[in-house]
Design a protein around this ligand. Structure first.
Ligand code: ZN
Length: 385
C-alpha cells in the first residue's frame, strides 16, 4: 500500500512538473557557418532526437538549403528528458515544413499557410529624397524600386523631383497568422505630383493575364520612341557605312536621314528634357533631348526651332520641336536623326523599348471599373487612418 502511494506521488509530481513546464516555444536563428544539428545541440536536444528529426525533415527539405540567419521555430517539453515536440521552418513565402513528434516517431510534412491580403494606402511628400521619404512612409524597398521603374517613363528623376512634391501609393501585403509580412503584393495605384507633371498609374491585369501599369485614361505607361519623328518623310540615308555625300569618302553614318520639304515640323520622338538647342558643328541648328532609361535623341540641320524650345525645357512625345532645314553640313533639306543609348550612338531602327500595349475596348471597360474601385479603396483607407 505504502509502495503504491509512493508511486502515485511520483506520477503526480511528474504531472505537476509537466503542467508547470508547459511546451516551450522558441525561435532560433541559424548562426553563420552553423547547421541544424549544432543549433539543436545548443538547445540541449538529445542527439538521438536530432538524428531522427533531421532524417524526417530531409524528406521534404534539402538540409543544404539551410542558410545563416534563417529562423527555425521549435517547441519542446521537458519531463524526464527534453523532447523536441515540433520544428518548423519556412520553405516558401506561403509554405512551412513541419516536423512533429507523434508520440512514437518524428513525421514531417509541408504546410500551406493561409495568408491574409491587406491593402496599404500611403500618402506623403518629398522632404529629402524619393527613396527616403517613401521608405519612411513604410513602403518596402523592392516596391520603391518598382515605383522608380514605372514612374521613369514620365518622370525625369534627376531633375523633376523637388522638395514638396507629393505621392500616393496603394499596394497589397500578404500577412501570416502572426501578422508578419510573408510577401509584398502588387502595386494597385501610384501617383506622383511634381511641378512639371501629375502622373497617376493603375495596375491592371489584361485579358491575356499580363500585369502592367496604365494612366487614368487606360494608356500604357510604357512609351516607345517614335519610329519617325517627321510626318510624311522618306528615309534618304540609313544607319551604317556609306559614301559621304560631300567629301565622297567611306564613313559610318551614325543616324537616319529623313528627307522632307523645308520647314516640315519635326516631332520629339519621346517625352524628355531639352539638353541642347543651339548650333552644333556639322549638325547646324541642333536639338538633343534626354529621355528616361538612358536614351537621348538628336535632331540636326534644322531650319528653325519650335516655339519655346530651349535648353532645360520639358517636351512631350509628339510635340513640335523644330522645322526641317539644311543648316550645318548638309546637301539639302533633311533631318539627321540619332538615338543615343548610354552615350553610345545606336541604330534608331533597332531601338527595342518595352512594347507598348493598348487596352482593347472590353479591357478598357473593365479597367474603368477597376480604377473606380481602387480610387474608392484608397480614399476610404486614408479616411480611416
Ligand atoms: Zn545624317
Amino acid at each position: 500500500m505504502r509502495h503504491v502511494l509512493a508511486k502515485c506521488i511520483i506520477i503526480l509530481s511528474m504531472l505537476i512538473t509537466a503542467a508547470l513546464l508547459p511546451a516551450e516555444e522558441k525561435e532560433l536563428t541559424v548562426p553563420k557557418g552553423g547547421n541544424l544539428s549544432t543549433l539543436l545541440r545548443n538547445e540541449d536536444i538529445p542527439s538521438q532526437q536530432i538524428q531522427e528529426v533531421t532524417k524526417a525533415l530531409s524528406a521534404h527539405y534539402n538540409l543544404k538549403h539551410i542558410y545563416p540567419n534563417q529562423k527555425i521555430l521549435i517547441k519542446t517539453e521537458e519531463v524526464a528528458e527534453k523532447r523536441l515536440m515540433e520544428l518548423r521552418l519556412s520553405a516558401d513565402y506561403d509554405e512551412d515544413i513541419v516536423v512533429r513528434w507523434n508520440g512514437y516517431a518524428y513525421e514531417s510534412y509541408p504546410e500551406k499557410l493561409a495568408l491574409k491580403m491587406v491593402s496599404v494606402a500611403v500618402e506623403g511628400s518629398i522632404e529629402t529624397s524619393f527613396y527616403n521619404d517613401m521608405a519612411a512612409s513604410g513602403v518596402a524597398g523592392s516596391k520603391i524600386m518598382e515605383l522608380f521603374r514605372i514612374f521613369s517613363f514620365d518622370i525625369d528623376f534627376q531633375r523633376d523631383i523637388r522638395k514638396g512634391d507629393s505621392f500616393k501609393v496603394l499596394y497589397y501585403d500578404f500577412l501570416k497568422d502572426d501578422g508578419s509580412i510573408a510577401k509584398h503584393g502588387p502595386i494597385a495605384f501610384a501617383a506622383l505630383k511634381t511641378n512639371f507633371t501629375d502622373v497617376n498609374l493603375y495596375g491592371f491585369v489584361t485579358d491575356s493575364g499580363d500585369y502592367d501599369y496604365y494612366s487614368a485614361e487606360g494608356k500604357s505607361v510604357r512609351k516607345t520612341l517614335l519610329k519617325t519623328p517627321v510626318a510624311n518623310a522618306r528615309i534618304s540615308s540609313t544607319y551604317g557605312k556609306r559614301k559621304n555625300p560631300i567629301y565622297g569618302y567611306e564613313s559610318f553614318h551614325k543616324g537616319l536621314d529623313f528627307a522632307a520639304p523645308l520647314n516640315t515640323p519635326i516631332l520629339a520622338s519621346g517625352s524628355g528634357t531639352v539638353e541642347v538647342a543651339n548650333w552644333f558643328d556639322i549638325y547646324g541648328n541642333c536639338i538633343i533631348l534626354r529621355h528616361s532609361n538612358g536614351y537621348k535623341t538628336l535632331y540636326g540641320h534644322m531650319n528653325a526651332y519650335g516655339k519655346g524650345i530651349k535648353k532645360g525645357v520639358r517636351v512631350k512625345q509628339g510635340q513640335v520641336i523644330g522645322y526641317i532645314g539644311s543648316t550645318g553640313m548638309s546637301t539639302g533639306p533633311h533631318l539627321h536623326y540619332e538615338v543615343i543609348f548610354n552615350d553610345v550612338k545606336i541604330n534608331p531602327a533597332s531601338v527595342k523599348s518595352p512594347p507598348e500595349r493598348n487596352l482593347t475596348k472590353k479591357e478598357l471597360e473593365r479597367f474603368s471599373k477597376r480604377k473606380e474601385q481602387v480610387d474608392e479603396l484608397f480614399n476610404s483607407l486614408k479616411k480611416n487612418g
